[in-house]
Design a protein around this ligand. Structure first.
Ligand code: ZN
Ligand code: ZN
Length: 258
């Protein structure tokens, strides 16, 4: 399984840099988990192969350029872009984003070959197929309805926490998987900002360490993501001070393989 955290910050010469302002993971160049930078950071080949988008929650950093992605591909799509999410999240996308004010209701529009965008609701706690992947979503503890994901291709299994504060069901789900190759977990704020992390329902490195105690697997790769750019250096240092060999900050743009 190949997983890439798409870049979302660029310097004045257009070169991508390490700061992560938006969230969008690409799995095997086919399925995206969240869509923050999907409309600005895919290469040409990926633009032709990504047709399934899982939206964990409707915060802007997770969907910012999703409307642009659909818009760009409008004329050339031979199948719709499928938006996989809970019905709660789909309702919010319909009300707040694809509402004919912020952007068109693409689910009601067609090109010459058919519909261009389709909502595919899923239920939490149940396995579902998205492209070649088997996925289970469960609620996590964020300020809007949000899911964490367990994702398997039959050989490799990985888990995405999405945005969350301290949570329970996700760790039960992940601990119940036969094995785990990689965990993508958020670490938004430095330890000194724990109060803000708790109010906005995110994690600090110390909180992340507490969460990992709920996980029965060990030894998998742990990739920290969602570091707020303003505090990136401090959060990265605090993560390294946890002294875990298998924990690192995920590099944007790099293709990881398991
Ligand atoms: Zn969020
Ligand atoms: Zn976020």
């Amino acid at each position: 399984m190949h997983i890439q955290l798409l870049p979302s910050s660029f310097d004045a010469h257009g070169r991508a840099n390490e700061a992560q302002r938006l969230t969008c993971f690409l799995v095997d160049d086919r399925v995206s988990v969240d869509a923050g930078s999907i409309g600005i950071a895919l290469n040409e080949a990926q633009r032709r192969t990504v047709r399934d988008v899982i939206v964990t929650h409707p915060h802007m950093d997770h969907i910012a350029s999703l409307p642009i992605f659909v818009d760009d591909l409008f004329g050339e799509l031979e199948q719709p872009i499928r938006i996989h999410a809970t019905s709660e999240v789909i309702d919010l996308l319909k009300r707040d984003v694809f509402n004919d004010n912020v952007y068109p209701r693409f689910d009601e529009l067609r090109n010459e070959r058919g519909p261009v965008m389709e909502y595919v609701p899923f239920e939490t706690g149940r396995e579902l197929k998205v492209a070649h992947l088997t996925i289970t979503a469960v609620p996590v503890n964020h300020i809007v309805p949000t899911v964490g994901l367990l994702v398997s291709d039959g050989k490799v299994t990985v888990a995405f926490s999405s945005d969350t504060a301290a949570t329970e069901e996700f760790w039960k789900l992940v601990s119940g998987a036969p094995h785990l190759d990689a965990l993508f977990i958020e670490a938004s704020f430095p330890n000194s900002m724990r109060q803000l992390a708790e109010v906005s329902k995110h994690l600090t490195p110390a909180m992340l360490q507490d969460e990992l105690r709920k996980l029965s697997h060990n030894g998998m790769d742990i990739l920290a993501v969602h570091l707020k750019p303003a505090y990136r250096k401090t959060v990265a240092r605090e993560l390294s001070e946890l002294g875990m060999d298998n924990l690192s900050v995920m590099e944007t743009g790099r293709v990881y393989e398991w």
